[in-house]
Design a binder for this molecule. Structure first.
Ligand SMILES: *[C@@H]1O[C@H](CO)[C@@H](O)[C@H](O)[C@H]1NC(C)=O
Ligand SMILES: *[C@@H]1O[C@H](CO)[C@@H](O)[C@H](O)[C@H]1NC(C)=O
Ligand SMILES: *[C@@H]1O[C@H](CO)[C@@H](O)[C@H](O)[C@H]1NC(C)=O
Ligand SMILES: *[C@@H]1O[C@H](CO)[C@@H](O)[C@H](O)[C@H]1NC(C)=O
Ligand SMILES: *[C@@H]1O[C@H](CO)[C@@H](O)[C@H](O)[C@H]1NC(C)=O
Ligand SMILES: *[C@@H]1O[C@H](CO)[C@@H](O)[C@H](O)[C@H]1NC(C)=O
Length: 508
């Protein structure tokens, strides 16, 4: 228990150190991640009744030695991969195993303490295990971010890690066929959950894939189409007028960019430095859009002032002046909320940050993730399509240039990699079974997920009015009805799978 409290305090302290990031979106992501950890910690501590201590077993943290390359045994190097196990709810000997999959950022012990999957672990008497993704968090060698090491970072290697973790846990806990595995993940790890079931059906009986963009796409124009729709959606406090004001504000930004009125833009949006290069101007345009994209993707999670409703409130406030002036106000509020004196629009800073091989053991792995977009997924959130409400300066070519500049991956190779990923996993029509795809219709990522039932056991739930991975959070009394019903459906399917697994076993 003392151990737990110390860790909790350590976590709170780490929040005081604001991470630097060259893109506003990354800042928001980092913020949301930290917020989720704090929520999980609060929930865990209150559930454990800190003030009236009751005995409980805290999760075990361990490391597993994994081959750096599962597909080449002549490569002898290994790395240590972190995992957590929570035995608290496990009904021996036949209780199921719930596997929580990591990716894109570090994991923590809260991956086996808090969240909807843990509510179900308690209900179904499951052993809860979680595996941090290779090359993220502490699951990386000291030289892991060097260009030469990154070739061992891929979803294929990550799935092989999961297979070897399955073997390790099975041996460590003397598991048998009676212990049914179900895997869970959200966002990219949601895709991994679906793919683990697809490629390793003998290891995992079923999967819940939340907000999983299983279709790779080079030019992800659909992202900002959903952002536009969400800014117009009254369910989250948007409106057609709000959307219209955003469009006007960004076209006023573009007019100034086109006319070379750079000093004005630098002053109006508190740019940290001059917009010297064309790429700095693209950076400004992206940073401004990020505030809206982040609001839609996370809708006020971790950043109260960053909800669609709050942004629309400002964008509709005629007292502030023109839509352009209202956008200035949105940006000013954002910088204040993040406690930043100015907006970092230097493209060179972005390139330096992505090139940096300095390890950070917590948070989002921006270099690693960008590498995975260049070599597997694309997912570039561009604005060249007429339906996009933001700046036309957010181009596909500027994002592809980063792949070449930072990793030496040419645009043509990125396009080929994306096509291969879809061929390899089946895109948004995977021919699997017993997978539940859960998405929120506000979340821009749903555009690349499975939204329709594929078969009697490959099912989709689209939640009205929720954003990215909302169903994975712990249940709250204030949750909207569609979210409550979605969690009930997920729970129903998990129970159903476990019943089916028992039936299959007793028949064989
Ligand atoms: C697994 O089985 C071995 C040998 O029967 C035993 O020594 C060990 O304690 C068991 N481990 C667990 C976690 O039950
Ligand atoms: C699985 O459970 C069944 C029924 O409880 C039991 O008869 C069987 O021995 C178990 N199998 C293993 C491998 O433990
Ligand atoms: C990486 O670490 C070095 C040495 O500690 C430091 O000088 C540099 O600023 C860091 N780079 C980044 C991008 O954080
Ligand atoms: C990738 O697939 C798309 C759609 O099928 C096709 O238009 C494109 O030419 C392919 N690109 C490459 C580099 O193979
Ligand atoms: C998908 O299947 C489930 C369960 O069979 C059903 O309740 C649901 O209505 C179906 N959804 C759609 C969109 O057809
Ligand atoms: C979502 O819910 C709102 C009410 O909160 C309703 O007006 C709207 O029609 C629903 N949308 C869909 C697609 O069901």
């Amino acid at each position: 228990m003392g151990h737990m409290v110390l860790r909790a305090l350590g976590l709170l302290l780490s929040l005081l150190i604001l991470t630097e990031a060259a893109r506003n979106f990354w800042l928001l992501q980092e913020r949301v991640l930290q917020w989720r950890e704090v929520q999980a910690m609060k929930e865990t501590l209150s559930k454990r009744q800190l003030l009236r201590p009751v005995p409980w077993r805290s999760p075990t943290e361990g490391v597993l030695r994994q081959p750096l390359d599962h597909f080449n045994r002549q490569e002898g190097r290994v790395f240590n991969q972190r995992f957590w196990v929570n035995e608290e709810y496990w009904h021996l000997p036949a209780g199921p195993v719930f596997l929580y999959i990591g990716g894109e950022s570090s994991l923590s012990q809260f991956s086996v303490l808090s969240g909807h999957h843990m509510e179900m672990a308690q209900k179904y008497g499951a052993l809860a295990v979680a595996l941090e993704h290779r090359f993220y968090g502490a699951s990386i060698n000291p030289d892991g971010l060097q260009d030469d090491s990154l070739r061992f970072l891929s979803s294929q290697q990550a799935l092989a890690d999961l297979a070897s973790f399955h073997l390790f846990i099975t041996q460590k806990y003397n598991l048998t066929q009676n212990n049914t595995w179900i895997c869970f993940g959200g966002s990219y790890p949601g895709s991994l959950a679906a793919w683990f079931r697809l490629k390793f059906p003998h290891l995992v009986f079923a999967a819940v894939a939340s907000s999983a963009p299983v279709r790779a796409q080079l030019d992800f124009t659909g992202y900002n189409q959903v952002v536009a729709a969400s800014l117009s959606d009254p369910v989250v406090g948007g409106s057609a007028k709000c959307h219209g004001a955003v469009v006007q504000a960004f076209s006023a930004v573009d007019e100034r960019l086109d006319a070379g009125r750079l000093a004005e833009l630098e002053k109006d949006f508190h740019s940290c430095g001059p917009l010297r290069e064309p790429s700095d101007r693209e950076q400004l345009a992206s940073n401004l859009a990020d505030i809206f994209m982040g609001a839609v993707q996370y809708n006020s999670e971790g950043f109260q002032d960053g909800s669609v409703a709050k942004l629309c409130h400002i964008m509709l406030d005629e007292g502030l002046g023109s839509p352009y002036q209202r956008l200035m106000a949105v940006n000013k509020d954002f910088l204040e909320a993040m406690a930043f004196p100015c907006m970092q629009n230097s493209h060179q800073r972005l390139v330096d940050e992505l090139r940096s091989t300095n390890l950070s053991l917590t948070g989002v792995g921006e270099r690693q993730w960008y590498f995975q977009t260049c070599t597997e997924f694309g997912y570039y959130q561009t604005c060249e399509d007429d339906t996009c409400p933001f700046s036309r300066f957010m181009t596909l070519s500027s994002q592809l240039d980063l792949c070449a500049q930072v990793f030496g991956v040419a645009a043509e190779r990125v396009a080929e990699a994306v096509n291969f990923t879809n061929e390899y996993y089946g895109a948004d029509h995977p021919k699997a079974s017993r997978i539940l795809f859960v998405n929120g219709d506000i979340d821009p990522w749903h555009a690349l997920s499975v939204l329709k039932n594929q078969s009697r056991s490959e099912l989709a739930i689209l939640i009205n009015g929720t954003s990215h991975c909302a169903n994975m959070s712990p249940s709250k009394p204030s949750d909207p009805l569609p979210l409550i019903l979605a969690r009930e459906w997920i729970d129903y399917h998990v129970g159903d799978w476990l019943r089916l697994a028992r039936k299959v076993r007793s028949a064989s």
